[in-house]
Design a protein around this ligand. Structure first.
Ligand SMILES: Cc1ncc(COP(=O)(O)O)c(C=O)c1O
Length: 461
């Protein structure tokens, strides 16, 4: 387990963090306690240099291992903060968006339509219109209904569209929950049901449409995948449909395998862990495996998967839509403990200034390491429930988390908070926090803390 006397070296190794002589957590050369005091807590802290390196190495690794053309598009939904996207864009990664807002953000940040792919199960008429007006590269079509809708809007605007068909392959990556994995036909509504024949019907349909050109297939099988071989296995399920498309006279020029690659030091709770935790407060230690997720293994698994289904055929352009594996490990969230309540022999609560009601939604279903910022060497000694500030008892960060003894006024950090934390934020009674990026001992504000004026700015008072 972490948080014993080895914690300092573990932190340095796994998260590229450091500590002062007094044991205060340092990120990107900045003392976390100083950051919390300057900007206030809660506070998102982005490790800019590490984010840049991760984005670069993802792109370069896949480029060096896949024998065909590749295009990497960052999934905005994972962490849509403009200052973060700019860093990722700077490394040559394009954009994947799923709403009118995200599309406008991508255009505002300087992406051309040709650098953008549009996804999502709820494409409004306005979103489709904006895609056509801005010459978006591909619309990934979620259903037969949507295919007809796009054709209709194209006709009205006298435009045409290039599309990929989103397939639901009914594949659940190892360790994931069947009830929610994006590639499960019972667990998610996304995409067209391969086993039920919807994809074949879509191929027939697309041939009859005048304004839509079919360019290939897309899937996204889940988020937080730890076993890279799952990509090879999921790809193997597309063999027949690729033959069917070609037999129908449709070339599969492009294969978009979505996102989903996990991060080494945080993971989704398994079905059993989630049940035990939500039903009986039994929080699994979330022990980290020593096996690191490797971009090279991921790229090899994908390459093998594609080559096996395109045997003796022209290799397609490969599109990837990573989110979590780029931003997840490169951010932490600082929280202050405002009160400690100890009902002796019953339970101890640490009342923090954020919980799942405002900021930490992923801690409901994912394991994250939580460390004491002002003394990372203090030994873990007890189980505590870290609650948020909302006046409802479900507003927790973690129940029964093993922690050192923490006092009111001290600060803790949730690690690996770069994926789906900022996207889930809400202002439940409290302003949304500031976001700061740190590099070489400098800190740069990416987003101001919401003020009370911001919070009421759209209300008629
Ligand atoms: C279609 C699509 N692509 C990419 C992603 C990004 O996934 P991840 O953050 O797990 O890489 C998602 C996430 O839900 C998605 O729905």
């Amino acid at each position: 387990m972490l948080r014993n006397k080895l914690i300092l070296s573990e932190l340095i190794k796994r998260w590229s963090l450091e500590a002062t002589n007094r044991g205060e957590l340092v990120i990107g050369g900045c003392n976390s306690i100083d950051l919390g005091n300057i900007y206030g807590t809660p506070l998102h802290v982005v490790n800019e240099a590490r984010l840049r390196t991760t984005a670069y190495s993802f792109l370069e690794t896949i480029k060096s291992r896949y024998p065909g053309k590749i295009s990497v598009h960052y999934a905005f939904k994972c962490n849509p903060v403009p200052g973060i996207i700019k860093v990722i864009k700077g490394e040559g990664i394009k954009a994947e968006v799923m709403s009118e807002y995200e599309l406008m953000l991508a255009l505002k940040l300087g992406y051309s339509g040709n650098d953008i792919i549009v996804n999502g199960p709820c494409k409004t008429d306005r979103l489709i219109t904006a895609c056509l007006e801005n010459n978006i590269r591909f619309i990934n079509v979620d259903s037969l209904f949507e295919l007809e809708k796009i054709e209709h809007i194209c006709t009205e605007l006298n435009k045409s569209a290039e599309v990929l068909l989103r397939i639901n392959p009914d594949f659940v990556p190892s360790g994931m929950n069947k009830g929610s994995a994006a590639g499960s036909r019972t667990g998610s509504p996304f995409g067209m049901d391969l086993k039920g024949g919807e994809v074949n019907r879509a191929l027939e349909k697309v041939k009859s449409l005048k304004r839509i050109s079919f360019r290939g297939f897309h899937f996204h099988i889940g988020s937080g995948i730890h076993n890279t071989d799952d990509y090879r296995k999921a790809l193997s399920l597309l063999k027949n449909i690729i033959n069917d498309a070609e037999n129908a006279g449709l070339n599969v020029d492009v294969l978009d395998i979505g996102g989903g690659l996990g991060v080494s030091d945080s993971r989704e709770m398994t079905t059993l862990e989630l049940l035990l935790y939500q039903a009986f407060d039994l929080l699994h230690s979330g022990r980290l495996s020593n096996k690191k997720i490797s971009f090279a293994h991921f790229a090899d698994s994908v390459t093998q998967g594609v080559l096996s289904i395109f045997h003796n055929k022209k290799i397609p352009e490969l599109i990837l839509e990573p989110g979590r594996c780029i931003t997840g490990p490169n951010q932490l969230l600082l929280l202050k403990i405002h009160q400690v309540k100890d009902r002796k022999g019953l339970k101890k609560w640490l009342v923090a200034d954020a919980g799942i009601g405002t900021l930490t939604m992923p801690t409901y279903y994912e394991h994250h390491e939580v460390v004491l910022c002002n003394d990372i060497n203090r030994k873990a000694s007890e189980k505590v429930t870290i609650t948020g500030p909302g006046c409802f008892s479900a507003d927790v960060v973690y129940r029964n988390k093993v922690m050192p003894e923490v006092a009111a006024g001290e600060m803790v950090a949730i690690l690996d908070s770069g994926a789906y934390f900022t996207s889930w934020e809400s202002s439940f009674g409290f302003p949304r926090p500031a976001i700061v990026s740190v590099i070489d001992g400098r800190h740069i504000l990416l987003r101001e803390r919401e003020s009370f004026v911001h919070m009421t700015s759209l209300d008629t008072l």
